[in-house]
Design a binder for this molecule. Structure first.
Ligand SMILES: [Zn+2]
Length: 419
């Protein structure tokens, strides 16, 4: 058998795919040529390891290391044509990115999973459970606006007909884009049978904060994901000439949008440890000498207490509506996604803690597929130190030694769960 792959080398293999010269970093939206190339990269690595690779109806890739009949004890003999995949242990992450993101958010968990398999094989670990590596599509929600779309679909948290109608920035529907990329959009939806076969899912991810850097530790276990949601704010006014239109005659949606941004900051600041962001604003038509006719903006709010998130959003909505009234504009606020606070499975975490006694337990403000799936199966997460503490930017990083420490931690956890 060849030497175990180094996860740093695996990440280096993909460091050109989806590189974004304009923004810096990587832009790898779901079903883009970059994301499809990354999926093929993963599939070829999985196949080279003899894993049985399949893509389910939701576009999630599963690469199986099955238990050989000889090693399966006490279970009924599986059919010759179909391996018994009940009680599976799953690890993996995602390969899509935000616009101008880093090379670690997502790919680190996928590369580490491949490298961890190599370590387990080198050690001669005999499986008592099947192991699957999973790659989830549209984790970031950067194309169709709904984060963790693949895991939400399989878990039945979002309706397939809703997803098929989602549109990207170019106005193309999920159904059209998926079809164009070779997927069948009529096949998306809940898959309770597959989920029922999973005993545990462990996702390794680069830390998206400075917790580990401050504690001087390479690897942590996840405690909870704080509640977060996204809202789309559509403000409509009246487009006109910037020179010919008197100030008193204007119905300018940009003025209303400014109040949305200001009030979000104000209402977030008064709630301890809350986070509120407007990171995307679209002004229509977007001319320097043109009063806008419409503004679309998106707000992202997070806090450990989900009621606090709801309160902030309703206060911002009220402030925006008052501003819209004063300006003679209209406003519609639509919830795009909401994820309550997620506490990862305590029994699984204790088991992981027994394997990694030095690893601290950290909460996170970032959403993950493991957080969505925590509703339906036992899930846990490992975080790898990110010295800059930044994520969703090219500044996101992980040192080579920490990447390797993460692989060893993941392999140790998997060994414990698989044997
Ligand atoms: Zn991620």
């Amino acid at each position: 058998m060849s030497a175990p792959a180094n996860a740093n080398d695996l990440l280096a293999e993909i460091e050109r795919i989806g590189a974004d010269a304009e923004r810096g970093g990587y832009t790898r939206p779901v079903f883009s040529s970059a994301e499809l190339e990354l999926r093929s990269w993963f599939e070829s690595h999985a196949s080279a390891r003899g894993l049985d690779v399949e893509t389910d109806g939701n576009g999630i890739i599963w690469a199986w290391w099955d238990v050989s009949d000889a090693d399966r004890r006490g279970a009924e003999a599986p059919g010759a044509d179909r391996p018994d995949r009940r009680g599976a242990i799953v690890t993996g992450s995602h390969l899509d990115s935000v616009p101008g993101g880093g090379n670690f958010d997502g790919p680190l968990g996928v590369a580490s999973a491949l490298a961890a398999i190599d370590l387990l094989r080198e050690k001669g670990v005999v499986l008592r459970h099947p192991l699957a590596l999973a790659v989830f599509p549209e984790e970031e929600g950067s194309r169709f606006g709904v984060a963790c779309l693949g895991s939400r679909l399989i878990a039945g948290i979002v309706a397939p007909e809703t997803v098929r109608a989602l549109t990207d920035e170019g106005g193309r529907t999920f159904a059209d884009v998926a079809t164009g990329a070779g997927f069948d959009p009529s096949a998306i939806g809940p898959d309770t049978e597959r989920l029922a076969g999973i005993a545990a899912f462990v996702e390794l991810h680069v830390e998206q904060g400075r917790g580990l850097a401050d504690l001087d530790q390479p690897v942590a276990l996840a405690g909870a994901i704080i509640a977060h949601g996204r809202w789309h704010v559509r403000i409509e006014g009246r487009g006109d000439h910037a020179g010919a239109t008197r100030m008193a005659d204007r119905h300018d949606p940009v003025v209303v949008a400014a109040e949305t941004v200001r009030s979000l900051r104000a209402h977030t600041l008064v709630v301890d440890d809350a986070r509120g962001t407007v990171g995307r604003i679209k002004v229509t038509p977007g001319g320097t000498n043109v009063i806008a006719s419409a503004v679309d903006l998106w707000i992202d709010v997070r806090h450990r207490d989900e009621d606090a998130v709801r309160r902030i959003v309703s206060e911002v909505t009220a402030a925006t509506e008052r501003a819209a009234d004063a300006e003679g504009c209209t406003v519609v606020v639509t919830e795009q996604s909401f994820s309550p606070t997620v506490s990862f499975d305590p029994a699984l975490r204790s088991r992981m803690q027994a394997v990694l006694p030095d690893a601290p337990v950290l909460d996170t403000g970032a959403g993950h597929d493991a957080g969505v799936l925590a509703d339906v199966i036992p899930t846990g997460m490992l975080f790898v130190r990110n010295p800059t503490g930044s994520s969703h930017t090219p500044a996101e990083t992980a040192g080579p030694e920490d990447v390797t420490a993460g692989v060893h931690a993941l392999a140790a956890v998997l060994e414990n769960l698989l044997t």
